[in-house]
Design a protein. Structure first.
Length: 466
């Protein structure tokens, strides 16, 4: 576009020069328009000096002189008559000086115009850059205002989310953890990496925001920032790439914040935030993500302990529910923990009172299926917060409930019985009645003996069956 404009200017200047020369051909006997004191040439040359500058004006003056000489030669009159008059000679003699003056004025004006245009272009670019900065700062300010305005609601929401993580279902707990981080940081893509001990690499345990997108399934422990976080139990943030060359060498791109996740004192995995809005990336977001992970870690320890128990061989082959020996082992360790923390621990036993009748009618395996249904219903009802096991006698299941005091255990029993009674129970297609009794006991400050706790439960069950 710019070259086309320059070409148009040159063509217009050339046409202006040819105009008096063509006109002069109409008056061949007066080369240079001597009778008009060469004014047509003077005006055109000065006009070209004004339009094109000094150099264009001088070239125009030279071309005009050569054109006049050419016309004179054609007429057989040399030198041209126009230069025989002292007045006309003075006009042509002073013309280069006038061309220089007019052209110089044009050059100066053009230089000033270019400087103004350049300055204006710089100011426009700077203004666009400032506009982008202002937009980002407005976003940051909006985030800060939202943070202050919703701080109280956010604390309540954070508490509720953390309580939801309090479950014995690992997949559900990790899903809620990622959703909580997404909710508070507005992160678009999050991944939780755990160690695959067989391959000595990090593998994807769960992720959020990667639906339908290709990504790596495994990461090296030595050649990735996630591996560095796992090995060193240290936070990684994108800003650290400006300070540490070793991190810059292993950075694979994408990761904005990576946080180590522990289950108790043991490393569990790495939470990697891989896409985060610019206005959300700050020290506050890093600390908030660490707080969320830190609040979740105690529950992860309980989940992994329970998963380890359920993966052992001491489980009922018909229902897959851990046997009483596993319950007693876990209860002993939980009582020690409750004693050290000064917190309550409740044991709640549900018994299907008509279990022998069900065994006689449908067989032992089918009757156990109804017992498994009771466990599944109460596990769902309690948000998987409590561990479930088979108890001492057939037809009994026990729930181990950390941090549940006597009032809470009593309420849990009443609500559970109500929920079980509202459900229709079947073995196959045959509706069956379930006659339930429940007993519970709570260990509290000064009373953390396992046998004493179980004796209270058994005694309460016996009283209800009398």
């Amino acid at each position: 576009m710019k070259k086309q404009k320059v070409l148009q200017e040159k063509v217009s200047i050339g046409l202006l020069l040819l105009l008096p020369m063509g006109w002069n051909l109409v008056y061949p006997t007066d080369p240079g328009f001597g009778q008009w004191y060469s004014l047509p040439y003077v005006v055109i040359i000065l006009l070209q000096s004004t339009l094109g500058g000094t150099l264009v004006g001088l070239i125009s003056c030279l071309v005009a002189a050569l054109g006049i000489l050419g016309v004179s030669v054609l007429q057989g009159s040399f030198p041209p008559p126009v230069w025989a008059d002292p007045v006309r000679v003075s006009v042509w003699g002073s013309l280069p000086l006038l061309v220089y003056m007019f052209g110089r004025i044009t050059d100066v004006l053009r230089g000033s115009l270019r400087a103004i245009q350049l300055r204006f272009r710089v100011l426009v670019q700077r203004n666009q850059r400032y506009s982008r900065i202002i937009q980002e700062l407005q976003k940051v300010n909006a985030v800060l205002e939202e943070r202050v305005a919703k701080q109280r609601d956010s604390l309540t929401l954070l508490y509720n989310q953390v309580q939801t993580i309090r479950t014995l279902n690992l997949e559900k707990a990790l899903g809620v953890l990622l959703e909580t981080v997404q909710m508070f940081l507005q992160a678009r893509r999050i991944t939780l990496w755990t160690l695959d001990e067989t391959m000595n690499r990090l593998k994807i345990e769960t992720s959020l925001g990667w639906e339908g997108k290709e990504r790596e399934e495994y990461l090296s422990l030595n050649d990735s920032v996630e591996g560095w976080v796992y090995r060193n139990s240290s936070l990684f943030s994108f800003r650290m790439l400006l300070q540490y060359e070793n991190l810059k060498k292993i950075y694979r791109g994408g990761t904005v914040i990576a946080i180590p996740v522990h289950a108790g004192k043991k490393p569990f995995g790495v939470l990697s935030i891989e896409e985060l809005p610019f206005e959300r990336y700050n020290l506050y977001s890093e600390r908030l993500a660490q707080i969320i992970v830190g609040l979740s870690e105690p529950f992860l320890e309980d989940i992994l302990e329970y998963r380890q128990l359920t993966n052992l061989t001491d489980v009922d082959e018909d229902t897959g529910i851990p046997n009483f020996s596993q319950f007693y082992h876990l209860m002993t360790s939980e009582l020690d923990r409750a004693r050290n923390q000064g917190s309550p621990l409740s044991v709640v036993v549900f018994e299907v009172e008509n279990f022998p009748d069900l065994v006689q009618r449908f067989g032992k395996k089918a009757a156990k299926g109804s017992l498994k249904g009771v466990v599944e219903e109460l596990t769902f009802f309690s948000d998987s917060r409590y561990s479930s096991f088979l108890y001492r006698e057939e037809g009994q299941v026990v729930f181990l409930c950390p941090n549940l005091d006597q009032d809470g255990a009593s309420l849990f029993c009443l609500e559970s019985l109500e929920r079980l009674n509202q459900r229709e129970w079947k073995i196959g297609d045959t509706p069956i009645p379930l006659s339930m009794v429940v007993g519970y006991a709570t260990a509290r400050m000064g009373s953390y003996e396992p046998e004493s706790l179980l004796q209270q439960v058994d005694h309460l069950l016996l009283l209800q069956k009398m």
